[in-house]
Design a protein around this ligand. Structure first.
Ligand SMILES: Cc1cc2nc3c(=O)[nH]c(=O)nc-3n(C[C@H](O)[C@H](O)[C@H](O)COP(=O)(O)O)c2cc1C
Length: 161
């Protein structure tokens, strides 16, 4: 049976809510593992048939813990996961495009296949207080994450990718 891995990092809860929504919807379609980036490694990538990556944009880049996950895993799995499907979600205060670009570039290096357009959820956090506060992702945007997860799960279980 095909398996989906959802890897996320989150400091103030936004990306975690997005990843949980996607993983729960995917689980209804195919076995799905949800892992925090700090706890995920090469073996988790090798054990899965497809991936969803979800992280905040920090300082115009992928949040460091997520980048560390990619750094730790890049060479151990290089050439061993080629062609597998992936999608990504970014939680951002105002932009998110650079984090999206970086993840897409890493995935391209691994020769993963992007099977759904990236989702960027903007929390509109501007001030330091807003930025450091716990986030609540609105239902409308969680629904987009659920749709992405369900489509990944269904596509994997039906062998569409
Ligand atoms: C140190 C730091 C830097 C940030 N830099 C950016 C940025 O460059 N672009 C952006 O859109 N949001 C930026 N943000 C806002 C976060 O992306 C936003 O708060 C998001 O909700 C964090 O996701 P999380 O709730 O999963 O931790 C930054 C936040 C922090 C703490």
């Amino acid at each position: 049976m095909t398996k989906l891995l959802v890897v996320y990092h989150s400091k103030t809860g936004g990306s975690r809510q997005m990843a949980e929504a996607a993983a729960k919807a995917a689980e209804a379609e195919t076995p799905t593992t949800l892992l925090a980036a700090a706890d995920a490694g090469p073996d988790d990538l090798l054990a899965a048939d497809g991936y969803i990556f979800c992280a905040p944009e920090n300082l115009a880049a992928i949040a460091g813990v997520m980048k560390d996950f990619f750094d730790r895993c890049y060479y151990p799995v290089l050439g061993r996961i080629e062609g597998r499907p992936y999608a990504q979600m970014v939680c951002a205060g105002s932009d998110g495009e650079n984090a999206k670009r970086q993840t897409a570039r890493i995935a391209q290096g691994w020769r993963l296949k992007e099977v759904q357009s990236a989702i960027i959820v903007c929390t509109h956090a501007q001030t330091p207080e807003e930025t450091l506060a716990e986030k609540t992702i609105p239902e409308k945007e969680l629904a987009l994450c659920r749709d992405l997860g369900a489509a990944m799960g269904a596509g994997l279980s039906m062998g569409m990718f």
